[in-house]
Design a protein around this ligand. Structure first.
Ligand code: HEM
Length: 510
């Protein structure tokens, strides 16, 4: 018995020494880590607000008074130009200076240009991405850019279609006006979607067409987050099965309806396809599919059954952005009659009051061009661009951006940085004009269309639409706010676009 006791005591003593050693070693590692983190030059994540772990972040989001936009703007002020932050339960890196955006998206463009296809869309409608979110984005982007040039951007033919759409829109606006004025947003969405329809499907739809109304509404709802409440989005990051549950039923119905509409157009094009008469972008895709098929499957970066995803992305990227830019333009013009008059003066001297505007007119209209740039400076409608994903770990300044991180350009923060744009809250087109007011002057910090190899594919088209719609309306009407109303610059709830809260304007014939 005595010997057993002695054995246990010895063993305990021995273990005590080993345990002490282990504890000592463990403690040293921690102390070393703290010292190294505090004093050593060490790679670290960019600073940012405290990350609240799941599921506490759901509770925090329910009680948070700060909107998403405010949270992001205040993060730049508090933590600087490179911030790590969680949005809807997902970690992101926010890039808040034009130099850093260039460094990351241009200099490190070879490892920062991927995007990740949306999990909800994959789960709900088997969407794996096209030009924007597909894995074969490089050849698809090259091909789409050339197709867009052929059927849209910079071409006189599409310019005249845009001007015609702008006329129909302006008439519609005038006819819809009541004593309370008119909210331009609904008609704008229909008109701008029609421009994409003209380019992709070779036809436009009547604003009263019930099927078209459903699709415009679908795009609007999808852009607003597909009816999925923010809390559910946080949960779904952990449990993607939510996207297959009855909770997502409405969202899925909308997504499927838009998919069916596009697939139907593609099938119709396929049935009537003639190789020597390429009518629009869908025909261009079909012709490319056939060419690739003849060359053999391996090189096939687009298949007929995938075309809908690229067309879908053109609608998603090209409708609400441009429609919101124009909505902000109307609001700013109504709120600043003096600026509106200066734009009108330029319209009268350059275009006159009879001839319809053409895109070339902008070259002689620096004040108008400056006003349009100032709208997108003040309210960049794609405030964080589209998410990029780091393919490799990226070292930038003293920080590290780990492989797989989602990176967003904080365009809104850049455009409201007083160092880059003095008095950023002031709407002032003069910041884009030379001292004599005769020349439009670029500003390198202006990043409304993004930078680098994933910058906006539709920039030229968007600029054409913006100019032609804005001048077509102001040529015929004065815009004003309803009597007694003050301009509301607050931002309507959206995921990726920055659109004004609902507002009314009054039109008076010139
Ligand atoms: C005022 C209107 C618009 C603005 C401010 C705008 C802005 C942007 C921005 C900031 C990006 C993301 C850049 C990045 O990720 O680094 C983007 C991407 C894109 N935009 Fe636009 N956009 C507008 C209109 C349009 C239109 C009309 C089209 C239609 C054809 C379009 C098609 C695209 C596409 C396809 C992409 C993705 C490019 C890629 O992933 O490679 N955009 N846009």
């Amino acid at each position: 018995m005595e010997s057993l006791k002695g054995y246990v005591t010895d063993w305990w003593n021995d273990m005590g020494i080993i345990t002490s050693l282990l504890f000592g070693l463990f403690g040293s590692v921690i102390v070393f880590g703290i010292v190294r983190q505090t004093f050593g030059k060490r790679e670290k994540l960019p600073p940012g607000p405290l990350k609240i772990p799941f599921p506490l972040n759901i509770i925090a989001s329910l009680f948070s008074k700060e909107g998403k936009m405010d949270m992001i703007l205040s993060a730049k002020r508090k933590y600087g130009d490179l911030v790590s932050i969680e949005i809807d339960g997902q970690p992101k890196i926010l890039v808040g200076s034009p130099e850093l955006v260039r460094e990351l998206f241009v200099k490190h463009g070879d490892v920062s240009s991927s995007r990740a296809a949306s999990k909800p869309l994959k789960a709900m409608i088997n969407y794996t991405g096209g030009i924007i979110f597909g894995e074969s984005w490089q050849p698809l982007r090259r091909f789409s850019l050339s197709a867009l040039r052929t059927f849209g951007m910079g071409k006189r033919s599409i310019a005249s279609k845009i001007t015609e759409e702008a006329r129909i829109f302006t008439d519609g606006l005038w006819e819809s006006q009541t004593v309370e004025g008119v909210n331009p947003s609904g008609l704008l969405n229909k008109a701008i979607s029609n421009v994409i329809c003209s380019i992709t499907f070779g036809k436009r739809f009547e604003y009263s067409d019930p099927d078209y109304i459903i699709q415009v509404e679908n795009i609007k709802k999808i852009m607003a987050g597909g009816n999925i409440p923010p809390v559910l989005r946080i949960v779904a990051q952990r449990f993607p099965v939510v996207f297959r549950s009855p909770l997502s039923k409405n969202a899925k119905k909308r997504l499927q309806s838009l998919k069916d509409f596009i697939v139907q157009q593609v099938d119709e094009h396929d049935r009537t396809f003639e190789g020597d008469d390429i009518r629009d972008i869908v025909d261009s895709f079909l012709a490319e599919c056939r060419r690739l098929q003849e060359k053999g499957e391996q090189e096939c970066y687009i298949r007929k059954e995938d075309i809908w995803m690229s067309v879908w992305e053109l609608f998603i990227a090209g409708t609400e952005t441009t429609a919101s830019a124009l909505a902000w333009f109307f609001l700013f013009m109504a709120a600043h009659p003096d600026i509106q008059e200066q734009v009108f003066k330029e319209i009268v001297t350059t275009i006159g009051s009879e001839r319809a505007p053409v895109y070339d007119d902008r070259k002689n209209m620096p004040y108008t061009e400056a006003t349009l740039a100032e709208v997108l400076r003040h309210r960049p409608v794609a405030p964080f661009g589209l998410p990029h994903v780091a393919d490799e770990t990226i070292h930038v300044r003293d920080y590290v951006i780990p492989k797989g991180s989602t990176i967003l350009a904080n365009i809104l923060g850049i455009h409201h940085d007083p160092e880059l744009f003095p008095e950023p809250s002031k709407f002032d087109p003069n910041r884009f004009l030379s001292d004599d007011g005769q020349t439009f002057v670029k500003n390198d910090a202006y990043t409304a269309f993004g930078l680098g190899r994933r910058s906006c594919l539709g920039e030229q088209l968007a600029k054409m639409e913006f100019f032609l719609f804005a001048t077509s309306v102001l040529q015929r009407f004065t815009i004003r706010l309803p009597a007694g109303a003050t301009p509301d610059y607050s931002i309507g709830h959206r995921m990726m676009t920055l659109l004004p809260s609902d507002f009314h304007i009054h039109l008076d014939k010139r």
